[in-house]
Design a protein around this ligand. Sequence first.
Ligand SMILES: [Zn+2]
Length: 213
Amino acid sequence: MQLFENFLNNNKIWAANLKTKNPDYFKQMSKQQTPELLWIGCSDSRVPAELVVNAQPGEIFIHRNIANQVIATDFNCLSVLQYAVNVLHVKHIVVCGHYDCGGVKAALGKQNAGLLITNKWLMHVKNVYRLHQKEIDCLPTEEQRVNKLVELNIIEQVHALSHTSIIQDAWNKHNSPTIHGWVYGLSDGLLNTLITLNPRDEIHPIYEYESAI
Ligand SMILES: [Zn+2]
């Protein structure tokens, strides 16, 4: 385990190493960002977005929250989405969850009296469980039930993205971005695809806008 005091020293070493390789690295980096990918992931410290796909600074725009949720009233996530799509013009969005997710596990239990705010955030994952209750409850172990809900929650969030005005408008006008649902294995470090939504894929009619936005 790394001591907190080391982080600032490590930062100096990291910056110095990059400057040694390319003296203009930070000057170039400070001019602009052109990421192709928006990553919406879980806050879990074991799933660091850039590291698991070996990306460099400037390559991924990132939003993370507990259980990688896309909620229609969350202006934090929606602001990130709007900026990424309308200004940065990302070509891809990934919702990345992970097996053995503590948030998903908590959502399958009773509400925690000591975490009154977190309970409210996890309410949305509980709703995903109720949508798929039969499919989940028939699984024999808690691990399997948690991991099934992890997968279903990722798929649900990918669809939730397609329900936003931001995505529907971008699909109509720019035929972009593609939305991917990925799951990360804490035990093997591997990412797997669960779902891909391409621009103009079918959206359930109740989520479609009546006319152009
Ligand atoms: Zn998690």
